[in-house]
Design a protein around this ligand. Structure first.
Ligand SMILES: [Zn+2]
Length: 97
């Protein structure tokens, strides 16, 4: 069955906040980073494997990062909350073959 090409296709509207209702929301390809406020080491959180739990879409949220610097006498327990937005939008795409 061949697809009929849409005529004057359009998507209207704008992103609004909503619950993603996803206990383990992975975003492959994204890493959140910030400097540790205690020791200055770069803290990172790869959200491709360290998931966000029940994030909201299209609304700023704070994501927790913790320092794993263990070069001192005791491991650093620095932490920070980084504001991010999970941006979910609907866009018109090119016709798929
Ligand atoms: Zn630290």
């Amino acid at each position: 069955m061949s697809k009929t090409k849409p005529l004057n296709a359009a998507v209207t509207g704008e992103p609004k906040p909503f619950d993603l209702n996803e206990k383990r929301f992975y975003l492959p390809g994204y890493v959140i980073a910030a400097d540790c406020p205690k020791c200055g080491m770069r803290m990172t959180r790869n959200v491709g494997d360290n998931y966000l739990s029940y994030p909201k879409a299209n609304k700023p949220e704070d994501v927790h990062l913790c320092c794993n610097n263990e070069s001192g006498e005791e491991s650093c327990d620095g932490e920070a909350w980084v504001p991010v937005i999970v941006n979910v939008s609907l866009l018109l795409a090119d016709p798929q073959p």
